[in-house]
Write a protein that binds this ligand. Structure first.
Ligand code: PLP
Length: 393
């Protein structure tokens, strides 16, 4: 079974580039050039150097002793929360800003849900001295206020998306609209493993540094490169894609994906795409999508802004359909409890997105000898207000 993208931009039945004609030249330019650019030695050297000196990579692989004791298994946390800007998102924005420069673009747009991708984009634009506009749903602007302030401080313009559920999906619509209107000078930095081909593959490749490092770090700590399981939360699927990448073709490594069940998978307020989604097209790709019987997109819901999306990247739809990955759905309540637990067992306050991955221990029992690597995709600073309201701290 093939789990990587094929030349046509598909993962099995999913992927492709379903775009309006107006966007064709931009997406085609990217499709024909992205691999060539990414393989240039000077591109690789600049990317690697920025990841090291600016982002602070490699991120540690931390053995979580107290968490391991509690759940009778060996838990390692891949500390993407320690990256500059506080999440995995910056791995991709560093890569894409370098691609944009190679393509001669001088204006950057992005969408953001939790604000982490917006902050990571505003950061690299400041670094390179390039104009930056970030679209963000009105609801997310409220619940992720610290990140909105950070983007502004970094010199970006934050434009509210006021339609639909006023969350990530709607921000993405606005960004695509902007791109259609500014096709020549603008690069759209998509923040997850979604969108038309080649975005899912390009983002996945930039994030694959996560699993590349895990292999080397585990070899040092456990004497073997492969864990028994890798676990990640899934919004669009970029931290997950990066965490799985180098293990996709190693069947001994179990792949676990955790989605947001919101108030419960069948509550009508959920973002559990693998359970509720049917094949459809969103934001330029064919994938699993929550939709009504006549194909209208269902408004998603999750307490976590970064997981509040009605679709999932095409790689993950393929991993779900083929059974290569096990999918679990975690409610708001279970995620919040897992976030508090990590804070008090390990002294690490995670992003609420990440807390969903940490709730895996409610869903699945591991063996004492199992090595379970969890992607600690981001830190919880941006979510303090939500934690405070929820726990009445
Ligand atoms: C910390 C963190 N983790 C996970 C996600 C979900 O995105 P993805 O599925 O692309 O990793 C986000 C999105 O904003 C995030 O900020």
């Amino acid at each position: 079974m093939e789990y990587h993208v094929n030349e046509k931009g598909y993962y099995g039945d999913f992927g492709g580039a379903y775009i309006p004609e107006m966007l064709y030249p931009n997406v085609e330019e990217l499709r024909t050039k992205y691999l060539e650019i990414m393989n240039q030695p000077e591109f690789k050297a600049e990317f690697d150097q920025l990841l090291k000196d600016y982002v602070g990579r490699p991120s540690p692989l931390y053995y979580a002793k107290r968490l391991s004791e509690k759940y009778h298994t060996k838990v390692y946390l891949k500390r993407e929360d320690l990256n500059h800007t506080g999440a995995h998102k910056v791995n991709n924005t560093i890569g894409q800003i370098l691609v944009a420069k190679k393509l001669g673009k001088n204006r950057i747009i992005a969408e953001t849900g939790a604000g982490q991708h917006g902050v990571a984009t505003a950061t690299v634009c400041a670094l390179m001295g390039i104009q930056c506009i970030v679209y963000m749903g009105e609801i997310d602007i409220k619940r992720q206020a610290p990140n909105v302030a950070r983007m502004k401080m970094l010199g970006a313009e934050v434009r509210p998306a006021k339609s639909g559920s006023r969350t990530l999906k709607d921000a993405t619509n606005e960004a695509i609209r902007d791109w259609i209107n500014n096709p020549v000078d603008t690069h759209y930095i998509i923040g997850s493993a979604i969108g038309p081909h080649p975005y899912p593959d390009m983002v996945t490749r930039f994030q694959s540094i996560i699993s590349e490092e895990i292999k080397g770090q585990l070899k040092e700590k456990e004497g073997r490169e492969n864990p028994d399981y890798v676990v990640a939360c899934i919004g669009g699927g970029s931290n997950a894609a990066g965490t799985y990448y180098h293990f996709l073709d190693t069947p001994e490594v179990g792949i676990i994906a955790v989605e947001a069940a919101g108030k419960g998978v069948d509550s009508g307020e959920s973002a559990a795409t693998s359970k509720l989604g049917k094949e459809g097209i969103i934001h330029g790709c064919k994938t699993l999508l929550m939709q009504s019987p006549d194909g209208q997109i269902t408004e998603p819901y999750s307490i976590s802004a970064g997981l509040d999306y009605p679709g999932v990247g095409p790689m993950h739809s393929h991993l779900s359909r083929t059974g290569r990955a096990e999918f679990f759905s975690v409610t708001d309540d279970d995620a919040m409890t897992a976030g508090l637990e990590l804070s008090q067992l390990e002294g690490i306050i995670p992003a609420i997105e990440t807390s969903h991955a940490l709730a895996i221990f409610n869903e699945k029992k591991f063996k004492p000898d199992d090595v379970v690597v969890i992607s600690l995709s981001g830190r919880g600073d941006k979510d303090l207000n939500t934690y405070i309201d929820y726990f009445k701290l």
